[in-house]
Write a protein that binds this ligand. Sequence first.
Ligand code: F6P
Length: 327
Amino acid sequence: MSREINRIAVFTSGGDAPGMNAALRAVVRTASFNDLHVFGIKKGYEGMINGEFGRIEKRSVGNIMQRGGTILKTARSEQFRTKEGREQAYEYLLAFDIDACIALGGNGTFTGAEIFSKEHNIPFIGVPCTIDNDLFGTDYTIGFDTAVNTAIEAVDKIRDTAESHNRLFFIEVMGRNSGFIALNTAIGSGAGSVLIPETETSIEKLVENLKLSARRKKMFSLVIVAEGNKNGNANEIAEKVRKELSMFDTRVTIIGHLQRGGSPTFRDRVLASRLGHAAVKGLIEGKGNVMAGIVNDKIKYTPFKQAITKPKLVNEELIQLAQILAI
Ligand code: F6P
């Protein structure tokens, strides 16, 4: 039987993502609209374990929508991986009389919530926030759009200098196990090649293509590499091909955490607003241990188990498109 929800706790956890604040605002305002009390927990599961709870009112989330990062702060909690840590977190949830929790985060956050839900009877709903876009059950995760826009802006700038100096650049973008950022950045920036974890990287093919470019006197090229690429990150790939491509003046750029910051795009703000709202609505309707997502523009709730274990496939059409447009 589903419990009556009066007091909810919300937290941000794992890697931050642009749009987390917009999602928090939507959670607090939707809860307030429905006369629920909201508590914010600082630093994700770490704060849950240490009792860092505080009331958040609808006015205290004003003027945060446009801000990157998370005003609640975030952490990757080692302690929450232990049974003792989760037990302590549960004690604090009871002490603050919390009926349900809303977790804003990614894979690791929902894995924690899934384990917790088997041990304790407090429902969690997840809001997918990660720049990697690697969660099953939602077409896009919050932060992904902003991260890709940031990466494209960076690649555009690298293109200027690459072209001026006639250089080959290996540019690494984030994506621990997924190539969504890399593939979309490559298409959006018109890069020559892209290497992602989801497809076999043919170093030979890459070398062959670049040699062909050199024969045609095109000595500047951009190769986007997802950090999780199975055959190596940008530095490793550059090292592997450097000898064979001695005709090129090669450089490596790692865009890194730049991609995690900045003001969210309109897409991320709207997505965050819709999903924050859907999370509260889901709890009121008695749902628990699911992630709120949007599939084909419709709200969909997916069990945590599926969201974190089912593979989210990259669109094959995009892989082909990146190749065709780079000829
Ligand atoms: O999950 C988001 C992400 O930015 C990944 O793309 C990256 O591998 C990882 O987080 C980096 O984590 P951290 O900020 O803890 O170094």
